[in-house]
Design a protein around this ligand. Sequence first.
Ligand code: HAM
Length: 434
Amino acid sequence: MANINLESLKGMYDRYPEEWATWKYLIETVDETAEEFGFRQIDPPTVERQQLWTEKEEDSVTDEMYAFEDKGGSEVTLVPEQTPTRARLVQKRKDLKTPVKWYCTSKRWRYEDVTRGRDREFRQGDFDIFGVESVEADAEVIAAAATIFKKLDLEERVEFLINDRSLLESILESQGIENTEETMKVIDDKEKMSEEEFLEDLMDRGLSRDEAEQVDKVTDVSGPISEKIDELREKAPEEVQDKVDRMESLSDALQSYGVAEMCEIDLSIVRGLAYYTGLVFEAFDSEGELRALFGGGRYDELVGEFGDRDVPAVGFGFGYSPVIELLKKEGRYPVKDVETDVYILTVSDSVREKGLDYARKLRKEGLKVETDLVGRGFGQQLGYADSVNAKRVLIVGERDLEKGQVTMKHMESGEEEEIDQDEVVEHLESEGII
Ligand code: HAM
């Protein structure tokens, strides 16, 4: 016998049905929200040319890619995220009518340091709108994200932090801080550092102590967007006042979508990916130290980098792993168990065919139905039905059938009822199972 290690690789998980039930519920909630907002599902490849990520300057994912040379000698990678893929798809199909609104949940891979909510194989649900430059698209993607958290009953626990990266850059430049690209990298890590560490890191990258303190002060600005507009106006140089106007319009639009109370502006949010051009946002557990629950922003230049067509874009990637961690913290996990509507318990081999007849009929009604496959005894079948959370057990026995009856067991109450053998469907209808 080969000596095979049965453990999955680090950061990759074997999800058995009991665990997967909650993930499935989460995926269904995200997908249902996307459909409600008119996003259409796509299914792009999970292996792509490395160039899609490496062409642009290095960012937080290029070092972490599962990159390799395939047998044909092409430099390929498992996708670490889907945004460049989507930009490629939009550039390729010139006939697409904008706005293009796409969603999809699928697996992504990054060779990361594994921690709670940070895996090497993970799922993201991406929502993007292509072809709309105006703030309405920004508000719509944020509203769609907020709707997911409302449906999960987590809206009280989540805050959306919003910023405009180009506005922040202009404010810093107007204060004489030139090295903004390096500065942005340090700001991206600000929440993980003490104030002194933050200042020192900035000084290591060439800023004076005065400048570092200025950066600290500017990036401390946070609060409800509408309350911070005046402060932004004061800080922003004349030539970028239109970006403050845009932030104000976003605040109004978020109000119209009914999600403004979940959103705050936070000038320390810059995001690690290189393609964002303006708006950036992330969501956090308002009471904890979990990593971002999702992240996104505007990337108006990425599509244009892949060809001759310029298409503005905005979107986000919903992170399933940190949201599952949040549900665990809330004591709400598992949200869903494995489900079975009816287990058909056949008392003896002689009634097996009759049992299968019932199974066929009930499956036609759309129910999840299981039958005995291994000739187990009464008690064992009942135990199994309980383990798969059957709502009802239909007991089919010879003696009952002679009287024209079968027995329906209600698993939660334990009550049993004899019913006419021809009225099983009607009975389940009257009980709301069908
Ligand atoms: P991102 O911030 O790299 O953005 O990822 C988005 C979310 O995916 C994160 O906030 C986190 O919840 C989840 N995530 C990222 N890495 C991991 C990991 N190693 N394990 C578990 N969850 C993870 C993007 O990927 C952009 N493409 C999002 C986007 C779409 N921007 C515009 N459209």
